[in-house]
Unconditional design. Structure first.
Ligand SMILES: [Zn+2]
Length: 538
């Protein structure tokens, strides 16, 4: 038995970068793939953020149903404590679960929130895991030692390493040090390819999936080098070199995609998808400063003074500290994490603080009105272009854990949650930030050639993969199989089958319940370093 469905995740891929790469001959394989397959823009969930987006892709459910909203998670709606999200927060079955339940093998490599690993029949090497935990994180037990025996296997480059991530962050502050950072990501994709090849040659899985995430990382830090038009005049030699190395990364990625598809074979259905798109960001909106200016948030002078004395916090504490800096007697609305563009409203607790239940909707509407009316002091343009309420963006059983409001900024970037004298600051240089439209490409038996399916939802990917595996599509999935992608003959031979609702996971074998896995201080630091490197955490 070989691979039936190959799912290649390209974190953060966008056609605004890939199409020009194809046009200028950097990605010839992708060009052929597009000519022989189907393409579509892939609309992601709100917010366009890696952990909830990959979770929606792998479950066909929106965050209010699967329970993941952010890199971080509060234990309860009232909690001021924040921890990292993990696979245990995913409360509905994934495609890994569905394939396993149908008796198929699964290989899942480098997917966000697959730690602790689902207990599939097959292999899991989770993404976003510090390298010291990789042995523990790999499934099945003993897999890490097998991988270690591979020539060139380098766990520090494959997974996350505090030292490497730290060097990367510092390096890119010095202009000339972009080069090693870009080259590091080129090597990293090669490491993941080597793991994919070894496992597929050893024991292929019907559902095989691998994420290459250098696209996201390069675009965050090197957007202007990645998206530069041909013929751009660079002021400095190191800029020209950074641009060349970015092209080299995409050329190398194209080769890896070609070899990955070739190993999967011509009988496999291949889906290439991203979790969100990308675009430039030029400024930072200080959302807590805005709330403070409008009288909705107050900082605790006592806590700020302590902060100045230098209580350096590492790990999640770096993010959580902002909530401890607030004066909760006088704060009615606040942003707790820099990653989700979410505003929470403090509910009344009977001590005079917070917003009483009866006033909640009017209060929330006032915030929406005032935020949408706020203009950039420099240009007079709107700062916030869209605001989703919790009910709009996150219907479902986990709605109460979601932010009350989720902002989409005109600039496309993420908010800052730090105290600030200014509402808006320019970024030192143009950076990259997530956008709602990612990519979907598919090729294989029965799929139309050279077709453009317009726009699909990220929620359509899980149904499409289940159909590709020959499995029924549970009727509670929120997406659909885009039948317009298939030849009519193929659909007659293999019609889309509806299945019983998959429900929530009380206790399927692959999703252990219980508290989130404890990252030690080192592991938390590694994750925070990466978030810092990508510009999420200040
Ligand atoms: Zn992402």
């Amino acid at each position: 038995m070989g691979i039936k469905v190959l799912l290649i995740g390209l974190d953060g891929a966008t056609f605004s970068v890939l199409d020009p790469m194809v046009a200028r001959g950097v990605m010839p394989f992708l060009g052929r793939f597009l000519a022989e397959g189907v393409r579509a823009n892939l609309r992601t969930i709100v917010p366009p953020l890696t952990p909830p987006a990959w979770t929606s892709l792998a479950t066909g459910r929106s965050p209010g149903h699967h329970g993941v909203f952010d890199f971080f998670r509060m234990d309860s709606p009232e909690s001021r404590h924040i921890r990292f999200s993990s696979s245990r927060d995913i409360s509905v079955p994934t495609i890994w679960d569905a394939a396993t339940a149908a008796g198929m093998r699964v290989t899942a490599l480098n997917y966000c929130l697959t730690f602790p690993a689902p207990k599939v029949s097959g292999f899991v090497v989770p993404g976003w895991v510090p390298w010291r935990q990789l042995r523990l994180a790999c499934h099945p037990a003993g897999l890490f030692d097998r991988l270690k025996a591979l020539p060139g296997f380098e766990p520090r480059e494959l997974a996350m390493d505090v030292k490497l991530e730290e060097r990367a962050t510092e390096g890119c502050a010095n202009a000339e040090e972009y080069a090693p950072w870009i080259e590091f990501h080129t090597r990293r994709e090669r490491h993941w390819f080597d793991v994919f090849r070894h496992l597929t040659e050893t024991a292929p899985s019907e559902l095989t999936a691998v994420v290459f995430d250098g696209v996201d990382k390069l675009q965050h830090l090197c957007w202007r080098f990645v998206a530069a038009e041909p013929g751009t005049e660079w002021e400095h030699e190191w800029e020209r070199r950074a641009h060349e190395l970015c092209l080299e990364y995409f050329r190398h990625l194209d080769g890896i995609l070609e070899r990955t598809c070739s190993i999967a074979g011509s009988e496999a259905a291949v889906v290439i998808a991203s979790d969100h798109g990308f675009g430039p960001t030029r400024q930072v909106f200080h959302v807590n400063a805005w709330l403070e200016k409008h009288g909705y948030l107050a900082w605790s002078t006592e806590q700020l003074a302590k902060q100045d004395e230098g209580s350096a916090l590492l790990g999640v504490g770096q993010v959580a500290r902002h909530t401890f800096l607030m004066d909760w007697d006088r704060t009615r609305a606040f942003a707790t994490t820099p990653t989700s563009n979410g505003i929470f409203i403090a509910r009344a607790k009977g001590d005079g603080s917070g917003v009483p239940e009866a006033e909640y909707h009017a209060f929330r509407q006032r915030l929406v009105r005032e935020l949408l009316a706020e203009k950039d002091p420099a240009t007079g343009d709107s700062l916030v272009i869209r605001i989703d309420t919790r009910e709009e963006a996150f219907p479902g059983p986990f709605s109460s854990l979601a932010p009350d409001l989720t902002l989409s900024l005109a600039d496309g970037g993420l908010v800052s949650i730090l105290p600030s004298d200014r509402l808006v600051s320019p970024r030192p240089a143009v950076a990259g930030s997530h956008r709602p439209l990612g990519v979907f490409l598919a090729k294989g038996p029965g799929l139309r050639r050279g077709a453009d399916a317009g726009e699909l939802s990220i929620l359509d990917v899980a149904p499409t993969i289940l159909h590709g595996l020959g499995l029924p599509v549970p009727e509670d999935l929120e997406g659909r199989v885009p039948v317009e992608m298939f030849e009519a003959e193929a659909l007659k031979r293999k019609p889309v089958r509806a299945g019983a609702p998959s429900g929530s996971v009380e206790a399927p074998a692959s999703s252990p319940a219980g508290p989130a896995p404890g990252f030690g201080a080192d592991e938390e630091e590694a994750v925070m370093k990466r978030l810092q490197e990508l510009g999420y955490v200040e």
